[in-house]
Write a new protein. Structure first.
Length: 107
């Protein structure tokens, strides 16, 4: 199961994993004040730093900026087969019903 965080929680985790807000600022090649402002104003990590922060801290881009990097939906292929089978059963019933209607009209 994937542990999904809010973007602010992900940014806070990235700062902790980097060692400090100042260390995160060095990763982004910015002043510590810039990172502090993001944290204090609950701003999201700017897009141009997401991949750099992910590479340095291991915090997923999907957590840091889900608006830019949404998670792909997991689809269970077995479920798809079951629905396909149900669709086939419904189609077969519809064909049988149409055939029965045609036969009764012909009689």
């Amino acid at each position: 199961m994937v542990d999904v965080r809010t973007p602010l929680e992900a940014l806070d985790l990235a700062a902790r994993l980097a060692g400090s807000q100042a260390a995160l600022a060095r990763i982004c090649d910015l002043s510590p004040t810039a990172v502090w402002k993001w944290m204090q104003s609950s701003k999201r990590l700017p897009a141009e730093y997401v991949l750099r922060v992910e590479a340095a801290t291991g915090v997923s881009r999907h957590d840091l900026r889900p608006d830019i990097y949404p998670r792909e939906e997991m689809i269970d292929h077995h479920v798809g087969d079951r629905f396909c089978g149900i669709d086939r059963q419904i189609a077969a019933r519809q064909q049988m019903a149409a055939g029965a209607t045609s036969a009764s009209k012909a009689a």
